[in-house]
Write a protein that binds this ligand. Sequence first.
Ligand SMILES: Nc1ncnc2c1ncn2[C@@H]1O[C@H](COP(=O)(O)OP(=O)(O)O)[C@@H](O)[C@H]1O
Ligand SMILES: [Mg+2]
Length: 351
Amino acid sequence: MTLTEEEVLRALSGVKDPELHRDLVSLGMVRDIRIDGNRVGFQLVLTTPACPMADRIVQDARQALERLPGVTEVEISVTAEVPKGVPERTPLKGVRNIIGVGSGKGGVGKTTVAVNLAAALAQRGALVGLLDADIYGPNVPRMLGTHQTPEFDGEKILPVSAWGLKMISLGLLLDPDKPVIWRGPILAKALQQLLFDVRWGELDYLLVDLPPGTGDVQLSLAQLVPVTGAVIVTTPQDVAFYDALKGLNTFERLQVPVLGIVENMSYFVCPHCGQRTDIFRRGAVEQECEIRGIRFLGTIPLVPEICESGDLGQPVVLFRAESEASRAFHRVAEQVAAAVSVLNLSIQKAG
Ligand SMILES: Nc1ncnc2c1ncn2[C@@H]1O[C@H](COP(=O)(O)OP(=O)(O)O)[C@@H](O)[C@H]1O
Ligand SMILES: [Mg+2]
C-alpha cells in the first residue's frame, strides 16, 4: 500500500505549533510534500527564523509521520517566512514588521538591547533594519562601530550596512559635536525622513531604538507608521519597573501592542569566578509580568563584556557569540520574534 499526500497532511494536521496553538497545516507551514517509497519529506515553513519552538515542532512532526504505516525515513527541511504585521498599503512597502524598542527612562540599556536583538535576528537569517530614533542621543552608530556617511541615490538615502544589518541614524547625518535642540514639528519631520526617505527595501523586522520616556518621538512613530509592537526594556529595581510600566501605558494609549518586557542588568556574573549574583530581587519583573498578563521576554546579565563591546562598537552577539550574554540576547530575540508571529497570526485569524 502506498502512502498518499492526504495521509501525510492528515498526520501533520494533528501537530500543533505550541506557541500559535494551531496545527501546522492550517498555519500554512507544510509545503512540498515528497513521498518516495518508505521515505517521506516536506518543507516546514516557520513564521520566523528565530523560532524558539523549532526543534520541538520538527520533533513532533517527525513523530507524527513515523507513526504512519510503512514509513521508515522522514526528512524535514526547515525554512521561514515572517508574516507581515504592517498593512499592505503603507509607505514602507517592503517592511514586514516595525518594532519599537522603548523604556521608561534612560540608561537601562535600551540601545544595547536594540543593537544586539537586531544582530541576533540577522544572525538567524532574518532581514533586519535598525532605525536610531533616539534623536537626542543617537548612540547606535557608536555601538555598531559604524560612522560612514550614508549615500544618496538621487532619490533616497541608502542605509549603511553593518554586520548584515541596515542601519540609519541622525548620528550619521549630523555633526556629532553640535548639540541638537529639537522642537516638536522638526522632530516629527526628522523621524519622518528616517522612515520614508531611506531606502529600506525588503525587511522582516525594522527595529526602532526610541529615546527614553513617553514623549513626542513615541507619538510621532505611532502616527507615522503602523507599529507592529513594542519591546520595553527595564532593569530589575522597583523604580525602574514602574517607569517601564509608564512606557508601556504610553504604547497602549497609542494603540501599539506591547510585545513584552526585557529585564536588562538582571544579575551579575563575576568574570573571575563565574559565579552569579542577583543584585536585585530575582524574578521580580517576571512575576510582575505574569500578574499583569505581559509576556516576559527574558533576562540579560550585567557583565563587563556587554559594556566593553558597546564601547568598541562590536556587539557581543557577533563578537562573543559563545558568551552567556550572547546566548541571553538570542533567547530574548526568539521571544520577540515569537511574540510578533503570535500577534500577526491572531490578527489574520480575527480579520
Ligand atoms: N547588560 C549590561 N551589562 C553591562 N553593561 C551594560 C548592559 N546593558 C547596558 N550596559 C551599558 O550601560 C550603558 C547604557 O546603556 P545604553 O544601551 O546606552 O542605555 P539606554 O539606551 O537605555 O540609554 C552603556 O555604557 C552600556 O554599554
Ligand atoms: Mg540609548
